[in-house]
Design a binder for this molecule. Sequence first.
Ligand code: PBG
Length: 345
Amino acid sequence: MKRFHKYRIDQATRDKYAETDLSPHDFICPYFIVEGEKIKKKIKNFDGVYHFSIDQALKDIPGLLKIGINKILLFGVIAEKQKDEVGSFAYYKDNLVSRAIKEIKKKFPKLTVISDICLCGYTSHGHCGMPFDSAQGTRLPWASSGVETLSRAGARSQGQGLIDNDSTLQLLAKMAVKHAQAGADIVAPSAMMDGQVAAIRKALDSQGFKKVKILAYSAKYASSFYGPFREAAKSSPSFGDRKTYQIDYRNAKQALKEIEADIKEGADMIMVKPAHTYLDIIAQAKQKYPNKILTAYHVSGEYMLIRAAAKQGRLDEKQAFQEVLTSIKRAGADWIISYYAKKLF
Ligand code: PBG
């Protein structure tokens, strides 16, 4: 008989033989930034997560640093009336996130500031890229000239779905450059447009931002676990869904190909998202690319599952988070984006 119990006799022994341990440095804490002052407002249906005005985020960050968390991820949240078809507020000169980055880096120069690069929170239609115009079968004004006109149905039949991938790239690149100018350490494209990493790398390099790194949301699935986030970022699509650009959850090989493409395009770090429901993808990605920093996003719906169950007294909240987040690290994640990070330590 092989005796395993000897490794488990008490807490100290279990700690001694533990293969995986969570450390504050593993974590990235998301912030939802809004315009205004003195705002720290609870987000509906997203327990324990807030909208912060820049001044309040500046007040909250020392709490993170104190426990050793040294990376944050910024999302901008704007008013409906500021949104337009091309997401102009994402990349105008003094856009909300650029101002947040500038002030945060000024006050906390050692903090790693990552900015999310996507248009869904800024567009009137709520998609991550520019949709083809449905009604007339013509392109909307953002389309570059000389490109073939496609109707929505035509686009779909050509396998392009609703989204005009290629004319979105320049807008994402513009947004990334603006954040780099403001002082972002890392930009994180999450729009799932083909070629977005290459377009952003090229734009950053040509504008003199060779040291700004790219954390690519490479394997991002079309998931039903993004619900609370979309409420927080006010970024639900007004028509259709994101299945024409995010990965079909029935696929694993495709996710690895997405990661491979992003690495070839110049991604410094890669991501699997969601995390809890995609541990197999995390494990395969780590095995295939052991030397790339692998990030996993424990997304809003996955977070709320535990919060909601705990609220009903069905499980112990902290222990459940510890177990799930440790599993994500054990599967192979180097960095974990988590709404619970601050409560863990
Ligand atoms: C934007 C984006 C989303 C998330 C992060 N960036 C939502 C989406 O694709 O609809 C989800 C994060 C979460 O649910 O916590 N593209």
